[in-house]
Design a protein around this ligand. Structure first.
Ligand code: GDP
Ligand code: ZN
Length: 368
C-alpha cells in the first residue's frame, strides 16, 4: 500500500511539507471513536491516535476538528498524537437547522458521492435536490444510481433517470441492479486508485448490496452494532474508510447513513411552508390548532382558505418527523454506548501511564 492508494496527492503533499522536518508522518483518519481515532499509515498499518491539546483548542468550531477522511500529521510514539490536520479538499457536512453557523462534518476529502435510489417508491425529486445541494457544497462529484432496475419496466427506470438528470446536468445518472453484479461495472469508472467514494440514500435502496459486490464475497460487512451483544453483525472492528480490492476508497460511517433522515425531514417540512407560516400567526406559539383561542389555522379552515385534508397531512408530518427523530436517537444511543465502552477500555489502558502533569499533549477528553 502507498499513500496514493489512500488518496494522497500533490496538494496534500505540499500542505504536509512544513511538518516533514519534525519527523511526523502523514496518516488518514479511518475511524472516529469520539475520544480516539483510527489512522491508516502509508504501509497499511493502523494506529489508534489522539489529537493534541493544541489541535483541539485551535479548533474554532466542531467542524475544524479532525474527522473521518482527514489527512493529518501524526507524531508516532508511545502516544500517537495528531499534531495538525491538513486542509480539506472537499468536506461533506450538515448545516444544523436553526444554527446556521454550526456545521457537522460527515466525512472529509470525499471525491465522489454516489446517491442510490430506485424508480419506484424511493424516488423523490425534492429529496434528490437536497442531496445535490449537500454534495454541491462539499465539492465532490455527484453520481446517481437508479437501482433495482429488475423490479421496474425499462421505460420507468429511464424516466426516473431522465427526471434526475433534469435536476442536475452535471450529475452522472445510471440505471443499475445490485442483484446482477455486472450492472455495477459502471462504478468502476469512478472507483479509481486514490479516489474516495461514499454512498448516500434511504435504507433499503441497496447500498449494502452494492458495497458487498464491490468488495467481493470474502469481504465482511460490519452492520449496525447489535444492541444486545454490542457486537457488529460480522466483524468487531467497524472501519469507516476502507480500501477496495480493485482500487478506490470507500467511506461509510454513521453520519453518512443518517443523511437521508435529515434530508427527509427538511423535504417533508418544505412541502408545508404555507402551513408553517399560518401556524406562526396563531396566538399561542405552542398552539395545538384544536380548541385553542386565536388559532390562525382553524380560522383559515372556517374561512375556507385552508383545506382540512391538507391540514391533516400537516399534522401527520409531525408524527413522521418524530419517528425520524426517534430512529436517529436510537442510533445515537448505540454510538454513545459503543464510545463509552471504548472509553472504559481506553481508561484501563492509559490511566496508569498517562500523567497530565508531565505530558500535556494527548487530548483524552470527550469531544464537544
Ligand atoms: P441498504 O439499506 O441501502 O444498504 O439496502 P440493502 O443493500 O440492505 O438492500 C435492501 C434489500 O433490497 C435487500 O433485500 C437486497 O437484497 C435488495 N436489493 C438490493 N439491490 C437490489 C436490486 O438491484 N434488485 C432487487 N430486486 N433487490 C435489491
Ligand atoms: Zn393554531
Amino acid at each position: 500500500m502507498t499513500l496514493q492508494d489512500l488518496g494522497w496527492n500533490d496538494a496534500f503533499a505540499a500542505a504536509f511539507a512544513p511538518f516533514e522536518k519534525s519527523g511526523w508522518l502523514p496518516a488518514r483518519l479511518i475511524r472516529d471513536n469520539k475520544i480516539t481515532y483510527g489512522a491508516l499509515l502509508h504501509d497499511g498499518e493502523q494506529l489508534e491516535v489522539v489529537m493534541s491539546g493544541k489541535v483541539y483548542h485551535d479548533a474554532e468550531t466542531d467542524a475544524d476538528l479532525p474527522a473521518v477522511g482527514d489527512w493529518v500529521a501524526l507524531d508516532v510514539g508511545s502516544e500517537n498524537v495528531i499534531r495538525a490536520r491538513l486542509p480539506r479538499q472537499t468536506c461533506l457536512s450538515r448545516k444544523l437547522p436553526g444554527k446556521s453557523t454550526e456545521e457537522q462534518v460527515i466525512a472529509a476529502n470525499v471525491d465522489v458521492v454516489v446517491i442510490v435510489t430506485d424508480a419506484g417508491a424511493d424516488l423523490n425529486l425534492r429529496r434528490m435536490e437536497r442531496f445535490f445541494g449537500i454534495i454541491g457544497r462539499s465539492g465532490a462529484k455527484p453520481v446517481v444510481l437508479v437501482n433495482k432496475s429488475d423490479l421496474f419496466p425499462a421505460a420507468q427506470n429511464e424516466a426516473a433517470a431522465e427526471s434526475i438528470r433534469a435536476l442536475h446536468p452535471d450529475a452522472d445518472v445510471h440505471v443499475t441492479c445490485a442483484e446482477k453484479g455486472r450492472s455495477l461495472q459502471v462504478l468502476k469508472r469512478y472507483l479509481k486508485r486514490g479516489i474516495s467514494v461514499t454512498l448516500l440514500g434511504s435504507s433499503g435502496v441497496g447500498k449494502s448490496s452494492i458495497i458487498n459486490r464491490l468488495f467481493g464475497d470474502d469481504y465482511q460487512w460490519t452492520d449496525e452494532v447489535n444492541e444486545a451483544t454490542g457486537k457488529g453483525r460480522h466483524t468487531t472492528t467497524a472501519r469507516e474508510l476502507m480500501i477496495l480490492p480493485g482500487g478506490g476508497i470507500l467511506i461509510d460511517n454513521p453520519g453518512v447513513r443518517e443523511v437521508h433522515m435529515w434530508t427527509d425531514e427538511a423535504t417533508l417540512r418544505a412541502q408545508f411552508t404555507d402551513l408553517e407560516d399560518l401556524a406562526a400567526q396563531c396566538k399561542y406559539h405552542d398552539c395545538k390548532h384544536r380548541s385553542d383561542t386565536g388559532c390562525a389555522i382553524r380560522a383559515a379552515m372556517s374561512a375556507g382558505t385552508l383545506n382540512a385534508e391538507r391540514f391533516a397531512a400537516f399534522q401527520k408530518l409531525d408524527e413522521e418527523i418524530e419517528k425520524l427523530r426517534r430512529n436517529r436517537k436510537k442510533r445515537q444511543m448505540t454510538i454513545e454506548r459503543r464510545s463509552k465502552r471504548d472509553q472504559r477500555t481506553e481508561a484501563r489502558h492509559t490511566d496508569d501511564r498517562w500523567d497530565p502533569e508531565h505530558d500535556e499533549t494527548p487530548h483524552n477528553h470527550r469531544r464537544r
